[in-house]
Design a protein around this ligand. Structure first.
Ligand code: HEC
Length: 202
């Protein structure tokens, strides 16, 4: 009989809920941290920090901006940049720094940041050859009339672009200015030398 009681007691005791403290398993902590980490990465790269104007599939306001239609000066610069990159950038570089032995710099060039645009516009329309100083450096190569095949608007925009990029701060070139110079020099004019260019009004 006493055996029975002790059994009952101990069985009952065993099924009592216990209140021992147990630590959170390590794997839950690791999984939580990993999820937080990747969640943070995703939020950072996709949400533009909660910007309401943003929608899929764009991931930042700057990226979205590049797809918006441009107007006025921004449109001219975008067009000028495109023409420049296609026709001139191969030699003068996307950064306008020129390439050793290939083409002089346009960034900071005294031929680009002229007051007027007459001399400058003659360069891509007629070409330039022979000895030339650019930013104190001597060059003696030749450039064909690389801009002659571009429509007036595109060449004007490209020249506006090089006059106001890479630290250059000179005025805009209009399609009319390019058109007039093109008409004055005619089709396939001879390349100009430095002296012939300097003899032209700036
Ligand atoms: C095939 C290579 C080449 C391409 C393409 C080219 N250029 Fe040039 N460019 C030259 C060379 C070489 C000179 C220097 C010529 C010399 O030594 O007489 C030069 C000189 C110049 C100069 C005067 C010097 C200076 O650095 O400021 C200007 C301005 C210029 N180029 C503008 C342009 C524009 C605008 C375009 C596009 C429409 C263009 N170039 C495309 C090779 C090129």
């Amino acid at each position: 009989m006493s055996d029975d009681i002790s059994k009952r007691c101990c069985l009952a005791n065993e099924s009592e809920p216990t209140v021992t403290r147990s630590t959170v398993p390590m794997w839950i902590i690791v999984v939580t941290l990993v999820l937080l980490f990747f969640g943070g990465l995703y939020f950072d790269s996709h949400g533009d920090w909660g910007n309401q104007k943003l929608y899929k599939p764009f991931t930042s306001a700057e990226q979205l901006e590049t797809f918006q239609p441009k107007s006025g000066a921004a449109a001219v610069m975008a067009q000028g940049r495109a023409s420049y990159e296609t026709v001139c950038g191969i030699c003068h570089g996307s950064d306008g720094m020129g390439k050793p032995g290939q083409a002089p710099a346009l960034a900071g060039s005294e031929w680009v940041t002229t007051k007027g645009v007459n001399r400058l516009a003659h360069i891509p329309l007629a070409g330039i050859s022979g000895p030339l100083q650019v930013k104190g450096q001597n060059w003696n190569l030749a450039m064909a009339a690389m801009g002659a095949a571009l429509p007036d608007e595109n060449l004007a925009a490209a020249l506006t672009y090089i006059r106001s990029s890479w630290g250059n701060q000179a005025g805009e070139v209009t399609a009319d200015e390019v058109r007039n110079i093109r008409a004055a020099i005619g089709n396939s004019p001879p390349m100009l030398s430095r002296e012939q260019l300097l003899a032209l009004p700036e």
